[in-house]
Design a protein around this ligand. Sequence first.
Ligand code: NAD
Length: 495
Amino acid sequence: MTLTSEDTALDPDLLLDGVHLIGGDWVPARSGQTIDVVNPANRAVLARVPRGGAEDVDAAVAAAEGALPAWRDLDAASRGRHLFAWADLIDAHGAELDELERQEMGRPSWGPPRMGGQLRYTAGLADKVQGQSLPTFSPDALALTLREPYGVVGVIIPWNAPGPQFVMEVGAAIAAGNTIVVKPAEDAPLTPLALAKLALEAGIPPGVINVVTGYGAEAGAAVPSHPKIRRVGFTGSPVTGRAVMEACAKNLTPLHLELGGKSPQVVFPDADLEAAVPQMTFSITLNTGQVCAAGSRIVVHRSVHAELVDRLAAQMQQVTVGPWHRPVAMGPLINATQHERVLGYIDVGKESGAELVVGGGVPRGDGLADGFFVEPTLFDKVDPASRIAQEEIFGPVLSVIPVDDEEEALAVANGTEYGLVASVWTRDVGTAVRMSRRLQAGQVGVNSVLGAPAIGAPWGGYKSSGFGRTMGADAVLEWTQVKTVSLRDAAPPGR
Ligand code: NAD
């Protein structure tokens, strides 16, 4: 079934059909082929995007190279002003962008998008990229460092938050003076394309932002292997992250990786369960659990284990499931593969001896038959070594693991290959301090989930969750390289 933009109330000006962006031109793929973009709540085709490949990436790199000198040499305050203008247009089209992202994700509304604010923070950093003055061994010399852009850079993003991920990576890279080629995910490329259109309208020159749509093995693989792409940012699964890093290694291209998570929530006997349980439920059901930071493991002291499981069960049973246009809490999974994968993990959990407390199946009901829906699922008494406790499921599946003391809690919490986010639920300052220091994660939340609710917090992983930081003040610096300049007086007085 194909829906028109009118049927789906999508803004026709922001629905790019059959074209991607190279050097300011909206063009089809060189191959002429397209990929259907499908709403996973009802399988309606929203639009088609070009099935780009290496040739398209090559053309985009050439366009980015052409735009580089003028953009790099534009004064930093003016670059920042362009980004502020882009942020204003994003806010002005907030409702339309949200509708687009909701339909390509099938998800319910989360209120006004925060992308404009996120971009303004980055825009304000454009003219604060600065080097240092250095002490010298001689009074007739000066030395300083410059922070310079890499040049043409490449970014690959996933489908689970296509708008914010596009704005976050592109904003930081171009604020630093780079020009960019972006490969969005094949499942959710429409919001990135719409955002790129608004960037052009905001006056960001053609060629500064190029977007090549397509599959990972084709357009995606062409980005890290391109010899003229001088730095890469990748967000996605650890498996693909390794492939991207291997491709970068061939050209010695530096990169940062934002990968998966299996984030623990450690619950102490003094935790405020009434406050914790709604947040824990939110953390695993937001975006149908397709969140890198999802708090997917509850590591709970045995003395409050039974009460916590009762409360979690009651809360998770109240989570409403349905398509994007209903006032529900949770939409579908992104596609058939992800649906099979999550249901497969639920089977693995049942077979592992864990106790299934809530969910575990596909919800039935009006309007659910064509979507990739799954029930919010709670497993108790999960073996910390079992697959559902170790592997990222990327679905609304929560595992509860009871422990006897703080040391065991730490061992379990730190006992996976991941290290993205960790939460601690306690009223005791000493416990909070010890756990904050000893948990192996890029973000630790005390009595909070999904990482810090801070403005400008750097974001990134420990261990196999990746390296490098996006967001925050560090993000723009990630897209710069340091040059040391020394100046000497060729003829100092008295020589
Ligand atoms: P994925 O790795 O399958 O795909 C991510 C992107 O990589 C897509 O654009 C895809 O087309 C592309 N790709 C696939 N194969 C490629 C290849 N060989 N070369 C180059 N590019 C290729 O991941 P996904 O399923 O889209 O996203 C889910 C994963 O992303 C989860 O593991 C999740 O935790 C992670 N994620 C991490 C963060 C973070 O900030 N740490 C944020 C969001 C998502």
